[in-house]
Ligand binder design. Structure first.
Ligand code: GAL
Ligand code: CA
Length: 338
């Protein structure tokens, strides 16, 4: 009898467990992850900023590596919940798996900030009043990259090697289904067609890991393929893959117009050396800061942007979107870390 009452009480307690908002900032514990520590941008730009900004704010943060596996992330979220973190800051592995994570946070009554990979399932963000997104306007990066390429193409008639007035390009795409990869792939090319310039895609390959190795391997294979000599432009969805393409071009003794996205330090060096023609600043520092600021406010039961300069969208996406910026041979020195 005693035992069954104890069990019944334990069940009741578990069912009625209400997560209590952190009372002071020093009580805030953020449970966070990066979809893969192997990712140049996420691990090289966002993770260090998360750690240093959280430290400066006086909050605890734990960041785990989801190793590119959504199943692993689901388990990591369960562990954070059992540890009673005050808020979750989650980088989805699969952008189509947001509803699973949102449901877990909602059941545990823990606020949730998603960052970098925007949920793609319809209605997911509306299913919980304490979930928000921090990222960018994905299309903007492709539009900016496209405009840079169109301007440079027009200014450099020699880039049209076969003089047919058509841009023969190859595309290194990021993760299929990732809003950034889809929008960059579409918008970068659309900039040419919008400007009345014809394009011909010679090849497109996609890598869920956005990696340098993949960029190197694909570019090396393309350069030695039947269309290798026809390539006039290399469009990369991110700098990581662009670095690989640069290596492959160098190894083959070839120099081609080549563009990335992210504006990693190494990209600025490649622009300085004339090996890359441009990139787009993906402002990971401010995305990390916004994520931490929203997480702290949400953990303390405040309005997510209270006391900050971040602005939430009003179109139902519940997002803070940090702006992208063009990085060219003319202005790249402005983006060097001080
Ligand atoms: C993008 C970034 C890529 C990669 C990806 C991971 O925003 O440009 O380099 O980090 O996020 O989701
Ligand atoms: Ca041509």
């Amino acid at each position: 009898m005693k035992r069954s009452i104890a069990i019944a009480m334990a069940v009741l307690l578990a069912l009625t467990a209400v997560s209590v908002s952190a009372k002071k900032i020093g009580d805030v514990v953020i449970g966070s992850n990066i979809y893969s520590f192997a990712d140049n941008f996420m691990n090289g730009v966002m993770r260090p900023e998360f750690l240093s900004y959280a430290k400066a704010k006086g909050v605890k943060i734990e960041i785990v590596d989801s190793e590119g596996q959504q199943g692993k992330l689901n388990d990591q979220v369960d562990i954070f919940i059992s540890k009673k973190v005050s808020v979750l800051a989650i980088n989805l592995v699969d952008p189509a798996a947001a509803s699973t994570i949102i449901a877990k946070a909602k059941a545990a009554k823990i606020p949730l900030i998603l960052f970098n990979k925007e949920a793609t399932e319809k209605g997911a963000m509306a299913s919980y009043d304490k979930v928000w997104y921090v990222g960018t306007n994905s299309a903007e990066s492709g539009i900016i990259q496209g405009q840079m390429m169109v301007n440079d193409w027009k200014a450099n008639p020699s880039w049209d090697k076969n003089k047919d007035g058509v841009v023969q390009y190859v595309m290194l795409k990021g993760e299929p289904g990732h809003p950034d990869a889809e929008a960059r792939t579409r918008e970068s090319v659309k900039a040419f067609t919008d400007a009345g310039i014809k394009v011909e895609q010679l090849a497109l390959e996609a890598d869920p890991n956005w990696s340098t190795q993949f960029g190197n391997d694909k570019m090396a294979a393309w350069l030695t393929s039947a269309f290798g000599k026809k390539i006039e432009l290399v469009i990369c969805n991110n700098d990581g893959m662009a670095f690989g393409a640069i290596n492959a071009c160098k190894a083959a003794g070839v120099k081609l117009p080549l563009y990335g996205v992210d504006a990693l330090d190494e990209a600025l060096t490649h622009i300085a050396d004339g090996e890359m023609n441009g990139t787009v600043l993906n402002d990971g520092v401010n995305q990390a800061r916004a994520t931490v600021d929203l997480a702290i406010n949400a953990a303390m039961g405040k309005d997510p942007t209270a006391g900050t300069t971040w602005k939430l969208t009003t179109d139902g996406t519940k997002a803070v979107r940090v702006a992208y910026k063009a990085v060219t041979p003319k202005n790249y020195t402005e983006f060097k870390k001080k």
